[in-house]
Write a protein that binds this ligand. Structure first.
Ligand code: 16G
Ligand code: ZN
Length: 533
């Protein structure tokens, strides 16, 4: 079947700007919003094709640039189970986005449809959403033209978070089956999370209020609805909720600001009281950073590594109490950026694997455990219960009241946790559950282990593609000889560790260093940076 003529007609309305090269990277397409119109249209076409290829299963499209500045935007595709687009299609997305003229685009499309054996007569279904960026509405209009060009049945999820969009995709595709993921609506999402949370904390004291820095993004309206659903079970105070103030999004606030500057967002000065817990979401609410002020008003950050430590230890304990330790193996997945102290803490308790940066690597590795906990240090992560484990939890017959309670908690965690992707709000409730069960304050949680001082620097190089890594990005294999020089340097630092990798999202090389003192970590990072430059 040839490409329908409507595609060329619509494509003419969305010409590709000259001299721009696009790439579908670890976070989909992401760049300044002003050049993205043609990309959005073509992604609309591609999403429809992906659905046709998968026999009409619903594909998700999220328009967001996450923690990037407000003038950026981006788009990524979500596969039917709510996971990231299959890697084998990323290259096709890149090729289609770079076809210069409408004719080139139709040619590439035709080649791709043939090669991938896509039956164009199949139905296509998509669901799409966007964050609060001012460029979102017009980019979505371009996306919708892509859907129309192939006659896809399209459902608009409106302004929503990335994790809710992933949830919707899975919920739509499992509707009416035994694997139903929940009602396929935002309301269904809130009901699922809040019901599970209330069960898990039913016999606990109401916690002290938690401040949420919403990054002036979509997390604000969504967290406000969560507040309504949680009622008295969880006092939440929303800050940085200005979603219509120009320039406010992710500006000196949000999870990425907290992680990279290791500071309290200035807007929370005087709002967060000593001893009180606070947390930051990013611009699409899939990353979470916790923090607190000690009695001397000193800021302490609780990052993705600290969340992994807290959550993994709790899950292991529940599995053991339930008497399931021989059937349910819990494991953790980290990247090279995980603080060495967290890796040590976790390795003493359960298996830990290190994989390359990027959610898809972590997610896939976590699927190999019965319960896989993964978090990036930057606050993106979740916990996966394998299908077999979910069955075990369903069928298991506990033999003591303690076993029965632990089993109920595991079942509720399985409901509370958004298993399609990292979800700041679901993760926040998860953290709150563990803190309530352990009666931990921020300080006690922080004391699980002490972070090794570390430093991350960016180095601008002539060609970052020269930098090639192996061993989960911990070793350079190119440029030749460089790794050896790094090793020689690292050996001179007490507790030293350092690695170099090309960024997947910026045109820079990143250098990470860790050592037993702040000064040594800084020095090591700058000296390794000097080798790279
Ligand atoms: C992307 C990744 C994130 C990773 C970051 C690393 C996804 C959805 N996001 O934001 O997981 O930590 O890139 O950036 O995979 P870098 O390659 O520039 O260091
Ligand atoms: Zn994000």
């Amino acid at each position: 079947m040839p490409i329908p003529p409507a595609v060329a007609k619509f494509a003419d309305l969305h010409p590709k700007p000259a001299h721009v090269r696009f790439q579908y990277g670890t976070a989909g397409f992401r760049t300044v919003a002003s050049v993205l119109d043609s990309v959005l249209f073509r992604v609309g076409v591609l999403a429809a094709l992906r659905s046709k290829k998968l026999d009409g299963k619903t594909i998700g499209v999220m328009v967001t640039a996450s923690h990037n500045p407000e003038q950026d935007n981006g788009v990524k595709l979500v596969d039917p189970r709510g996971e990231m687009l299959d890697t084998s299609w990323e290259g096709h997305a890149t090729v289609l986005s770079n076809a210069q003229t409408t004719d080139d685009f139709i040619n590439e499309l035709d080649k791709f449809v043939q090669a991938a054996k896509i039956d164009l007569s199949k139905p296509a279904r998509v669901v799409y959403g966007r964050d609060t960026r001012p460029s979102g509405a017009s980019l979505v209009a371009a996306l919708e033209d892509g859907f129309k060009a192939l006659g896809a049945e399209a459902r608009d999820a409106g302004v929503t978070t990335t994790p809710i969009l992933h949830y919707l995709v899975r919920a739509i595709n499992t509707k009416g089956t035994k694997d139903s993921y929940g009602d396929d609506s935002e309301e269904g999402y809130f009901l699922k999370l809040s019901a599970a949370y209330k069960k898990l904390v039913a016999t606990r004291q109401t916690p002290s209020p938690l401040i949420i820095d919403c990054a002036n993004g979509v997390g604000a309206p969504i967290a406000a609805r969560l507040v309504e659903h949680l009622g008295d079970s969880m006092p939440l105070i929303l800050e940085n909720t200005s979603i219509t103030t120009p320039g406010a999004l992710n500006n000196a606030c949000g999870a990425d600001y907290v992680k990279t500057s290791q500071k309290l967002p200035p807007s929370l000065d005087g709002r967060l009281q000593p001893g009180q817990r606070g947390c930051s979401l990013d611009g699409d609410a899939d990353r979470l950073m916790y923090f607190y002020l000690d009695e001397r008003s000193q800021f302490h950050m609780l990052d993705g590594d600290k969340i992994a430590a807290l959550v993994a230890a709790f899950v292991v304990e529940l599995v053991k109490t339930a008497g399931l330790q021989s059937q349910v193996k819990v494991g953790v997945v980290q990247t090279a950026y995980a603080n060495g102290a967290s890796t040590k803490y976790l390795s003493e308790r359960l298996p830990v694997r290190c994989v390359p940066t990027g959610v898809k690597h972590l997610h896939h590795a976590a699927e190999h455990y019965n319960i896989g906990v993964y978090f990036e240090a930057n606050g993106h992560g979740t916990v996966l219960f394998s299908p077999a484990t979910q069955e075990t939890l369903r069928d298991y017959q506990p033999s003591t009241p303690a076993q029965s309670t632990a089993l109920e908690h595991l079942r509720s965690l399985n409901q509370l946790i958004n298993q399609t992707v990292g979800d700041a709000l679901s993760d926040m409730l998860l953290v709150e559950v563990v803190l309530a069960h352990k009666a931990y304050s921020g300080l006690e949680w922080d004391s699980l282990y002490v972070d090794l001082p570390n430093r991350l620097v960016k180095v601008v190089v002539a060609d970052r593609n020269q930098f090639k890594t192996e061993d989960a990005e911990r070793q350079l294999i190119s440029p030749p000889g460089l790794q050896q020089k790094i090793n020689e340097l690292v050996r001179r630092y007490d507790g030293g560790r350092s690695f170099v990798r090309p960024s997947g999202t910026e045109d820079v090389v990143r250098v990470y260093a860790e050592a037993s003192s702040r000064a040594q970590a800084d020095e090591l990072a700058f000296r390794v940076g000097g080798l790279v430059y």
